[in-house]
Design a protein around this ligand. Structure first.
Ligand SMILES: NC(=O)C1=CN([C@@H]2O[C@H](COP(=O)(O)OP(=O)(O)OC[C@H]3O[C@@H](n4cnc5c(N)ncnc54)[C@H](OP(=O)(O)O)[C@@H]3O)[C@@H](O)[C@H]2O)C=CC1
Ligand SMILES: O=C(O)C1=N[C@H](C(=O)O)C[C@H](O)C1
Length: 250
């Protein structure tokens, strides 16, 4: 059986270098290109890459994906910074490239995907819910893509259940004290040396609280999800948002 030809963009980065190792070690995959900043995107087509793993920066990801989709190269994307406008632009590019698949995964780790699913499930049963994400201080963006997605899923679940807005009697506050408002869910971002990627979803009701916490302690936590994405995206045309669509969560 021929191996799937895979390239990594952002190959020298924290997660990109781990992805290079994981792809190289997989028996059914062949690493055909590993691009860093300044390298020519044309290398991707020249190398015969079938799937690109995009792990760069919110300022770089759109141009990289537009090139890949234009060439009919499938993509697995971990880079953050997804807005409705960007998703619409990517959708337009994909419409012109039938058969090409793109997976955008706000988080590749199974624990983080489950955290989002559990939070979505729990959200309607509690009056209050807030998200706290904690990351290393070299992270480019805040809030994290995972926290933004978690808050959006929580808000959608509450809206579907007809939950009222959550109570908050704050009348005076320093700017930022109540976090960022993502669809009505407060999201708080901590940047601290020594951390990698962590998230807590705090839910509160009358006389009880529930905390759902996930910790990524090493970039290897993201690799089973990256490899699953690579293997599945070639059979999944169009845009898939969230690794949960490639998992049977029951
Ligand atoms: N979905 C998930 O599970 C995960 C997602 N991420 C996300 O992945 C992204 C990268 O994170 P991280 O590895 O920590 O960041 P790093 O800064 O460590 O790595 C990014 C790498 O991409 C390079 N780069 C930037 N632009 C380009 C470009 N146009 N072409 C080629 N290479 C480029 C950077 O080069 P230079 O240093 O010169 O700028 C750097 O080497 C972030 O958006 C992060 O949030 C991270 C972990 C898990
Ligand atoms: O930058 C990181 O490190 C991470 N980024 C992703 C995010 O913004 O959610 C995934 C994970 O949290 C690690």
């Amino acid at each position: 059986m021929s191996k799937l030809r895979v390239a990594v963009i952002g190959a020298k980065g924290r997660i990109g270098s781990e992805a290079v190792r994981a792809v190289s070690a997989a028996d059914d995959l062949e690493l055909v290109a590993a691009l860093g900043r300044g390298d020519r995107l044309e290398t991707l087509a020249e190398s015969g890459a079938q799937v690109v793993v995009e792990l760069t920066h919110p300022d770089s990801v759109m141009a990289n994906l537009e090139y890949c989709v234009g060439q009919g190269i499938h993509a697995v994307v971990g880079t953050t910074g997804w807005t409705d406008d960007r998703l619409a632009r990517l959708g337009t590019a994909l419409d012109a490239a039938p058969g090409t698949g793109v997976l955008i995964a706000p988080n590749f780790s199974i624990g983080a995907v489950l955290t989002m699913a559990f939070a979505q499930q729990a959200a309607r049963w509690f009056e209050s819910v807030e998200v706290v994400e904690l990351h290393h201080p070299n992270k480019a963006d805040a809030p994290s893509g995972t926290a933004t997605r978690t808050a959006q899923l929580i808000a959608a679940a509450r809206a579907a259940a007809g939950s009222p807005p959550q109570p908050d009697a704050t009348v005076t506050a320093l700017d930022g004290a109540r976090g960022a408002d993502v669809d009505g869910v407060p999201v708080h971002s901590v940047r601290l040396r020594g951390l990698l990627a962590h998230q807590e979803v705090l839910l509160g009701g009358e006389g009880e609280t529930l905390t759902i916490r996930h910790d990524s302690l090493h970039h290897s936590s993201f690799m089973p999800g990256v490899l699953l994405g690579v293997r599945r995206v070639v059979h999944t045309p169009g845009l898939t948002f969230g690794l949960e669509h490639f998992l049977d969560l029951g």
